[in-house]
Design a protein around this ligand. Structure first.
Ligand SMILES: Cc1cc2nc3c(=O)[nH]c(=O)nc-3n(C[C@H](O)[C@H](O)[C@H](O)COP(=O)(O)OP(=O)(O)OC[C@H]3O[C@@H](n4cnc5c(N)ncnc54)[C@H](O)[C@@H]3O)c2cc1C
Length: 414
């Protein structure tokens, strides 16, 4: 707060406080951290408002844009530019919409929601996110579970309206009366479940999910620490290097999104950059560093023929941008890799490379996001099948809530 006050001024502090207050009613309406509870209906969402202005903020959640909200609370495009850029990036990275596009405010409210007032949402794990999955695997196998890694499920078998198990590539099978799918709900319902077992209206609803994630994710092996030049020397403090935002203004982000839809790579992309080894030295050999960059917008609607060229161009732009701030950065890179959504889709089976398993658009959140047994009022119609991925209510993000909800639903059936 002191930094905010000194650098951006008292108006920015007040505006940010008003923005956080704005987000409270939409956060209650969304209930993204309410484990074990179904999403609210639209009427129930509006019933979360305690005043007319809260009703209006719930309307923003459903119909408004990020820019509508920022213009209200942080209107000064110059003095509030950095904050506006950061908040716009926080929101639209989980959408296929520019910040001025109606419907983008949903992702701002989603990003600002906290489980409770004492919680900070973002935590970095020592050893990286893989240490979490290793821990879970150990817990699971210690409890007697059997995990078959690198076994691609090709079919969830259904007979007479009941799940009977799964078939994996190379023909191995597992018979089971209960299957919890942690793959994207639409992938589960349109590609994996025995096609004749899915009602056509149910299949059609899942099939419309928007997955046009539009980013690149880059990883770098560095031969030393990047050195940020004036006026950004503050970023040389390792405690600042867990999350460095090299953002664009909301106005630029909007233009870049519109350009990306026409197949144009942004000349100066917005980048979330981090050097996790600065705080967690075990992530790189002594004297070396591991860094990553996530950047918007990659033209995902482009033909296959142009894709590789655009990927190389976008990667170059990201490196150039970081090097403008830390002039030794490009020279430190010993290896780097650039993943587009298409790579993410191939590697992790997330449709369109969409790590949300369903972007955060108003038509894909709250009552418009499925739960363990389907969309509200439109059950899957398959006994023993449960959905537990980030594409379900409670997702996306590493919250465990969709999986918890699916497990509770499966246990309640017995
Ligand atoms: C670059 C990046 C940064 C992110 N940053 C954050 C962050 O800071 N905070 C946050 O909360 N979230 C973040 N996320 C989002 C978060 O990672 C996802 O929301 C979350 O991982 C989704 O969890 P999930 O278990 O539902 O699905 P996934 O993590 O997608 O897991 C699905 C698993 O199923 C496997 N699989 C796919 N198809 C098959 C098949 N046919 N058979 C068998 N297995 C299959 C996949 O290999 C994968 O292991 C980020 C995502 C990315 C890509």
């Amino acid at each position: 707060m002191m930094h905010l006050d000194e650098v951006h001024g008292g108006e920015a502090v007040a505006g940010l406080a008003q923005l956080v207050a704005w987000s409270q009613a939409p956060a209650r309406a969304l209930g993204r951290f309410e484990a074990g509870r179904p999403p609210k209906t639209l009427d129930e969402m509006y019933a979360c408002a305690t005043s007319e202005s809260e009703r209006a903020s719930i309307s923003d959640l459903l119909f408004g844009s990020v820019t509508d909200v920022l213009d209200r609370y942080l209107p000064d495009r110059d003095r509030h530019g950095a904050l506006r850029g950061m908040l716009a990036f926080l929101a639209v990275n989980a959408t296929y919409r520019g910040p001025a596009t109606p419907g983008s405010a949903a992702a701002l409210a989603f990003g600002l929601a906290l489980p409770d007032e004492n919680t900070t949402l973002m935590k970095k794990l020592r050893g990286g996110i893989g240490s979490l999955t290793t821990h879970l695997r150990e817990q699971f196998t210690a409890a007697g579970g059997e995990l078959r890694l690198r076994s691609e499920v090709t079919e969830i078998r259904v007979e007479g309206g009941r799940v009977t198990g799964v078939t994996a590539a190379h023909g191995s099978t597992a018979d089971a009366p209960v299957v919890v799918s942690c793959l994207a709900p639409d992938l589960t319902m349109t590609r994996l479940v025995t096609p004749s077992a899915v009602d056509s209206e149910v299949r059609d609803r899942f099939a419309t999910t928007d997955h046009r994630g539009s980013y690149v994710q880059m990883h770098f092996a560095l031969d030393g620490a990047p050195e940020f030049a004036a006026p950004y020397e503050l970023l040389n403090d390792p405690s600042m290097q867990a999350a460095i935002g090299l953002f664009s203004t909301p106005e630029e982000l909007q233009r870049q999104w519109e350009d990306c839809r026409r197949g144009v790579v942004p000349a100066d992309p917005a980048v979330a950059f981090q050097i996790p080894s600065a705080q967690d030295p075990g992530l790189a050999p002594p004297g070396k560093h591991a860094a990553s960059a996530f950047a918007l917008w990659f033209p995902v609607e482009t033909d296959h023929a142009d894709y590789a060229k655009l990927k190389a161009e976008m990667g170059r732009r990201v490196i150039e941008k970081i090097t403008r701030l830390a002039p030794n950065f490009a020279g430190l890179i010993t290896k780097h890799t650039t993943f587009t959504p298409r790579h993410m889709s191939t590697m992790f089976g997330a449709p369109g490379g969409d790590y949300c398993h369903g972007l955060i658009h108003p038509e894909q959140i709250g009552p418009n996001r499925p739960g363990p047994t389907g969309y509200p009022g439109q059950p899957l119609g398959i006994d023993g099948l449960y959905l537990g991925s980030a594409g379900c209510h409670g997702g996306p993000g590493i919250t465990f809530i969709p999986g918890y909800n699916a497990a509770q639903a499966a246990l309640a059936r017995r």
